[in-house]
Design a protein around this ligand. Structure first.
Ligand code: ADP
Length: 259
């Protein structure tokens, strides 16, 4: 196809990295980053060597969610060593900028920053690199999906109609650039009351499963809405690492088995 060669060149492999899994959402706040980090930890627990790349240049959250502080080393002044937490090699623009500096870069600068975060990092031989994508389906995301040599994408959505309409856009975006979609995860799928055990479907339930079916992609699982997920995530101690035997961790482990 026209431009096919150029596109292939733009998608040069990252040396030593066997597969790259994008975790994406078409809108913010649906739990994309929380899913990405827990998925990464779940994959590492299966014995794979895992890296985590925070491609959310404007809103990096991997440092906080993985409990990482400080700056990475640069042994030769050119390349940077990834930071390590919970058995995972991590890289984020958040390690390189001051805490509350707003990112006011335009698209091309974001792309070159991302290229550096991918390629100027001394990753070990990785079985899988999980990429926490920026939310949305705009030009920037499309370019990124085109440049990063993705093996496949996981789309995170809440059960609400509005979020699912956006998830459809996300799926269409990856299909447009020929990136296989592993499927859709429904986050905040239901809530189990910790005192009485009653199940409430706060944002509705089952919408992602129905949408996945309709769009011909897999449904990868349901993650409950639970305070422990939020608390562990915000404390830099993802639930799959801090309580691997809990039902909540199992929900992420089940998703990891499908990617
Ligand atoms: P996004 O990356 O889509 O913007 P985040 O992963 O940052 O979303 O999640 C937004 C907020 O929701 C965070 O405070 C996070 O801890 C919380 N959160 C995400 N998933 C869950 C869940 N299943 N249960 C409880 N809180 C969650």
């Amino acid at each position: 196809p026209p431009g096919g060669q150029a596109r292939a060149n733009q998608r040069a492999d990252i040396p030593g990295v066997k597969s790259i899994v994008a975790v994406a959402s078409a809108k913010g706040g649906v739990g994309k980053s929380t899913t990405a980090i827990n998925l990464a930890v779940a994959l590492a627990q299966t014995g794979r060597k895992v890296g985590l790349l925070d491609a959310d240049i404007y809103g990096p959250s991997v440092p906080r969610l993985m409990g990482l502080e400080g700056k990475p080393n640069s042994p030769d002044g050119k390349s940077i060593d990834p930071m390590r937490a919970h058995g995972i090699e991590c890289m984020s623009i958040g390690f390189l900028i001051e805490g509350d500096t707003p990112m006011i870069w335009r698209g091309p600068m974001v792309m070159s920053a991302l290229e550096q975060l991918m390629r100027d990092v001394n990753w070990s031989e990785l079985d899988v690199l999980v990429v926490d994508m920026p939310p949305g389906t705009g030009d920037a995301q499309l370019t990124m999906a085109q440049r990063v040599p993705l093996t496949g994408a996981v789309i995170v959505s809440t059960p609400q109609d509005i979020a699912l309409i956006d998830a459809r856009k996300g799926l269409a975006m990856f299909r447009k650039v020929d990136v296989p979609v592993f499927g859709i995860v429904e986050n905040m799928s239901y809530f189990l009351c910790p005192s009485c055990g009653e199940r409430s479907e706060i944002f509705g339930h089952g919408g992602a499963r129905a949408t996945a079916k309709e769009l011909g992609t897999d449904f990868l699982g349901e993650i409950p809405l639970h305070m422990t997920i939020r608390e562990t995530s915000d404390a830099g101690n993802p639930i799959v690492a801090s309580a691997p035997d809990s039902d909540y961790a199992q929900a992420y482990i089940d998703v990891a088995e499908k990617v």
